[in-house]
Design a protein around this ligand. Structure first.
Ligand code: SF4
Length: 141
């Protein structure tokens, strides 16, 4: 494991973006940071700027307006940066699949490293997914 990956997996700083969600997924992400679920015990912190992010959590179906903005946000993140699709809308466009302004799923726009399904996914599912991803990255050489 190189130094950058080692540092990345020690304490992940997470930037959260709603790309067109109904906000339920966003509320569940915030739940992960409450004392009940306490995701910070794994060194994971929510931050306010993508320029310091190790991971981007994306919720919602990408509409034509959010695609451009998401690409810009991803470009601004330092690399390597992990992209996590949270919720069914981010995974597959869900109920917005046939909407006039939702053209492509997230993984056709950005390289997605982790998919967390559910509508909305439970905080336990998000924590478990992120911890599995971190362990997988640690095993990579
Ligand atoms: S997956 Fe469900 S909860 Fe999440 S943004 Fe879509 S409709 Fe809302």
């Amino acid at each position: 494991m190189d130094l950058r990956t080692k540092a990345l997996t020690k304490s992940i700083w997470v930037f959260h973006v709603s790309a067109g969600s109904c906000n339920n997924c966003d509320i569940e992400i915030l739940d992960c940071f409450t004392p009940r679920f306490d995701i910070e015990r794994f060194g994971i912190q929510l931050i306010g700027s993508v320029r310091h992010a190790d991971a981007i959590l994306i919720t919602g179906a990408m509409n034509r307006k959010s695609v451009k903005r998401m690409k810009k946000i991803y470009e601004q993140a330092p690399k390597p940066c992990v992209v996590v699709a949270v919720g069914q809308c981010a995974l597959s466009r869900h109920m917005f699949r046939f909407s006039y302004n939702v053209d492509e799923p997230l993984d056709k726009i950005l390289p997605v490293d982790l998919y967390i399904p559910g509508c909305p996914p439970k905080p336990e599912a998000m924590i478990s997914g992120i911890v599995k991803l971190v362990n997988k990255m640690r095993k990579r050489k």
